[in-house]
Design a protein around this ligand. Structure first.
Ligand code: FMN
Length: 531
């Protein structure tokens, strides 16, 4: 799949998933309009700006699937896994159309870009779709997406409160008292957004993963003022450096992936050194929170599956739930061997920012919340099946964590619920209620008039029925329903009466699993009084 950004937009437009709005629109209305729209929106005439403004391109699961060329949402995870296992190194090109217009020095002016606000409590206009490439002298290149709040014409901040690789690069530069150069590519195909959003181990080039997903190298071109590449296909590129201010500048609030307003963040300042764009560039504003969700979730699926594979646990299904904002919760069904409920929890809880994980057996549908809750209700003992790990790496955006001094990263708790059937508990306790003749007795047929035909036995056949029942039960214990089926030549009332006779004659008993058997035979369950 080697489609570029504009080709993807054309495909959205052709599928009537992108609407062109050509009349003048006040940028103050954009966030709300995007939020209301089930289509991506391209505002051609944003009052006071020369550049069109695009938003909402991957705001639905359907468009995320379209972006990745998949018919099933689960295929996105497979594409990502393929990209991780088969990375393709970026290809360096000399230049690209992004350099058609270049502003440097005093000509730099962030306010030329139609950067909208999103929600009411936002701290200011925020660049949300910037793919940031940075370099650390020891660890090499890194890509990620971080938000930039526009403050002055050549000054913004970068939101790196979370402990990720970019934060570590900036921290190392800060400790050495030097700026940390970055390139910010805006207006890119969702494949690159997904690659950058994937939390690869330090030293792994996320653009090579994006190349692996595409099956073709991502093209990078050199920046003008910093010794870094940018994504050659971008609509707009901002060249900048994170200043060694430390985490001292107040920013926010930010609308977060949690669907909550984050609080005030303390971030470093970012000095803008150049802005370049295509002559007819569009500014892409990624609309929080949903545009962040649909391509983020598969990165969790992939990482959980990989961690459980390493742990040697067989996974049936995973649901990174939307209630957990596709970040914090996973329900995992496994084909369990003894003890693996706990192993699965330990492996999954180490993944990314997962906070709460529920592991269930493979008979539970992880996509059915009621079934999962039922497994928790019927299979869990809190003192045996809960794991609480305090002091783990946490996401500072978690509103339930204590307030920290500026620049400090909090730790948090991870909780695992082992809702598999515990070792030593008889499995027949989990036999589900099921109904006999389900294949043949269909209510629709009876509503349509279907009638059964059973010959009603003569009273003198009662003794025959009792004798035959006893013979059958002597050979092997049977459930009542099985016996009723074997002796279906008698009507049910005759058979029930025959069994009643046998019971009265004290010839019937039960096996441990509740089947009928002959009293005193080797099959019968021993009552407490006979122990
Ligand atoms: C749309 C979008 C916005 C994001 N905004 C931020 C952000 O503001 N700050 C942040 O730390 N991470 C943000 N992330 C998450 C990081 O991009 C992601 O965790 C990435 O893997 C970090 O990479 P790194 O560990 O290489 O730095 C965002 C992700 C997406 C997809």
């Amino acid at each position: 799949m080697n489609e570029n950004f504009r080709e993807f937009l054309e495909r959205l437009r052709a599928a009537q998933q992108l609407v062109d709005i050509r009349q003048p629109v006040d940028i103050r209305h954009v966030g709300t309009l995007v939020d209301q729209s089930d289509k991506a929106l391209l505002f051609h005439n944003v009052i006071g700006y020369d550049m069109p403004l695009l938003s909402g391109i991957i705001r639905t699961q359907e468009r995320a699937m379209m972006a990745m060329g998949c018919d099933n949402y689960s295929d996105i995870e497979k594409m990502l896994a393929h990209g991780i296992q088969n990375p393709i190194a970026p290809k360096y090109v000399a230049t690209s159309a992004t350099k058609e217009v270049i502003y440097k020095g005093d000509d730099v002016d962030l306010f030329r870009l139609p950067v909208p606000m999103s929600s009411i409590f936002d701290g200011g206009p925020m660049i949300t779709a910037g793919i940031v490439i940075s370099r650390d002298p020891e660890h090499g290149l890194n890509s990620g997406i971080y938000r930039f709040m526009v403050k002055e014409k050549a000054l913004s901040g970068i939101d790196i409160v979370t402990p990720n690789n970019m934060r570590m690069f900036a921290q190392r530069a800060y400790e050495q008292g030097r700026p940390c150069p970055i390139s910010i590519s805006i207006g890119n195909h969702p494949v690159e957004i997904m690659g950058a959003g994937y939390r690869a181990p330090i030293g792994v080039d996320e653009m090579a993963i994006a190349g692996g997903i595409r099956g073709a190298a991502v093209e990078l071109a050199p920046c003008e003022t910093v010794d870094l590449p940018y994504i050659a296909d971008s609509e707009i590129v901002i060249e900048a450096e994170i200043l060694p201010t430390g985490w001292t500048q107040p920013e926010g609030r930010f609308g977060e992936f949690t669907a909550l307003m984050g609080g005030l963040h303390w971030n470093p300042d970012v000095r803008i050194k150049a802005i370049m764009h295509r002559r007819d560039a569009m500014y892409y504003s990624l609309h929080m929170p949903w545009e962040n969700t649909w391509l983020a979730a598969p990165t969790r699926y992939q990482a959980i599956r990989s961690a459980l594979r390493t742990a040697g646990v067989q996974v049936k299904d995973i649901n990174v739930t939307l209630g957990g904002r596709a970040f914090w919760h996973a329900v995992i069904s496994i084909r369990k061997q003894a003890g693996e409920g706990k192993n699965a929890l330990l492996a999954a809880l180490s993944v990314m920012d997962l906070k709460h994980v529920v592991v269930v057996d493979d008979d539970i549908d992880v996509f059915n919340g009621e079934e999962v809750e039922w497994a928790i209700a019927t299979r869990v003992q809190g003192d045996r099946d809960l794991i609480v790990i305090p002091g783990a790496r946490a996401k500072p955006l978690d509103p339930s964590l204590p307030v920290m001094p500026p620049g400090m990263v909090p730790t948090g708790a991870k909780v695992g619920v082992d809702a598999t059937i515990s070792e030593g508990i008889p499995h027949e306790r989990y036999d589900r209620i099921s109904y006999a003749y389900a294949d043949t007795a269909k209510i629709a047929d009876y509503v349509d008039g279907k009638a059964d035909s059973v010959h009603v036995s003569e009273p003198e056949q009662l003794e025959d029925a009792a004798t035959e029942a006893l013979a059958l039960l002597g050979a092997a214990p049977l459930y009542y329903t099985e016996l009723a089926e074997r002796l279906s030549k008698y009507d049910f009332r005759t058979l029930a009466r025959a069994l009643g006779e046998l019971h009265e004659r004290k010839q019937l008993w039960k096996t441990a699993e509740g089947k009928l058997c002959v009293r005193g035979s080797s099959f019968d369950a021993v009552p407490p009084t006979r122990r």
